[in-house]
Design a protein. Structure first.
Length: 126
């Protein structure tokens, strides 16, 4: 059986439930969902634009702790409480990811933890 390693960094929000920031199994890292929490204060940043940036910054911090980068993400899942923000997500995502982009899903949801407007999780292959 392949050993699993729990990934934790203080540069992303601590888990607010029964989960790990990421789990590495072999060369694959499963990144838990990140919302717009500022890691040091555990407070939600204000506004959709700031939350999108914080989500990607949090994912980046966890990816780096797992000895990877956002360039290693092969699958990204986005959850938005308002799909009207989808164009802004695409614009900001281009600041954190470059081609070839990961496979991706974008899903409209009724609500997210802590009143977040956006959440993202992913799978990374090292």
């Amino acid at each position: 059986m392949t050993e699993k390693h729990i990934i934790h960094t203080p540069h992303a929000p601590q888990a607010i439930g029964t989960y790990s920031q990421a789990v590495k199994v072999g060369d694959t890292v499963y990144l838990s969902g990140q919302i717009g929490l500022e890691p040091t204060t555990m407070q939600m940043v204000e506004g959709i634009e700031a939350q999108i940036h914080r989500v990607f910054a949090n994912l980046k911090a966890v990816a780096e702790m797992a000895d990877g980068s956002l360039a290693d993400v092969v699958k990204l899942n986005l959850f938005l409480t308002d799909l009207g923000h989808f164009a802004m997500v695409n614009e900001i995502m281009a600041e954190y990811f470059s081609q070839p982009y990961p496979a991706r899903a974008a899903v409209g949801v009724a609500s997210l933890p802590r009143g977040a407007l956006v959440e993202a999780d992913g799978v990374m292959v090292l």
